[in-house]
Design a protein around this ligand. Sequence first.
Ligand code: UT7
Length: 332
Amino acid sequence: MRKSKIAGVGRYLPERVVTNDDLAKLMDTSDEWIRERTGIQERRFFELGKDTTSNMGTRAAKMALENAGLTPQDVDFIVFATLSPDYDFPGSGVLVQRELELPTIGAIDIRTQCTGFVYGLSVADQFIKTGMYDTILIIGSEIHSSGLDMTTRGRAVSVLFGDGAGAVVLQASDNDHGILSTHLHSEGEYAEELAVIDPGSSRAIPRTQARMIEEGTIFPVMNGNHVFKHASTRFPEVIQEALKLNNYQPSDIDLLIPHQANLRISQMVQRLLSLKEDQVFNNIQRYGNTTAASIPIAMSEAWEQGKIKEGDLICLAAFGSGFTWGSALIRW
Ligand code: UT7
């Protein structure tokens, strides 16, 4: 059966580094609290007038195409995962189509937040498996910093997130290497446990009101403990689901690239699956949680550092708002 392989990986991180001490000037928090609870030391924030969600994604995509030895003209379809699109509508995928000056190929946005990249990869994999497309760009890109409550009221959420973009080129594979399987889940019962409620289409007429800014309902809310508990269960579960289907054990994984939600969650997953430290890739220390961008950014760095080699068994896994969770097992 036709498979899809990752032919190139890329990333773009805005230049501005924001440390925990920088955040402590804006809200009642500390470097010690953030490091201890999350592992995060610094993150990147976008530069107004230079970076947008779509142009950061485009830069990451160009790097991925270059790595793959391809040009934008080779792309058949665009999948763009983000919770922070340039506009409410249209989505950011069409802006990439414009920026790359591509012919009128299709472009979709994926809205599953932290699992956006895994969902996007799965969607692209199906298009390639069916023979509809040969080469697909999958981009995850986020600008969180302008949408966070940077006061003490929002500190439990705001210290976690950063801006950035990552991308991969997925191509039809002529051998057994490529995506072995993807596994997607959701549990809408917990939709409001990690969400931005306003301005939403079911809340008020008109949809945007000044009180939403005053009351802070335009900012993300999160039941941190609840999310942590579910994440620690769902990550190992969905990784095991992928391994079991393909007759592998956790010890067979060469590199697990988890969505970078919290270093403590990654360490717990590592412990629960009895993985060695060098089997799990983490870079949340430098970028915070970049939601849909975290896995492709991590994949791009791991590849550059020689931690992903031809023939390796790579596992991707994510959990987040929705709740949604998912995994992908890849023979590189
Ligand atoms: O990718 C999307 C998925 N998101 C996640 O996976 C996040 C999952 N959850 C978490 O990572 C953790 O729950 C957090 C890092 C968000 C919070 O850590 P925690 O150990 O669960 O802390 P907590 O929420 O129980 O809060 C402990 C204390 C509270 O003070 P009191 O009530 O004990 O006096 C908070 O008010 O820490 C306080 N606190 C802070 N203190 C300093 C909360 N945020 C901060 C802060 N700085 N930024």
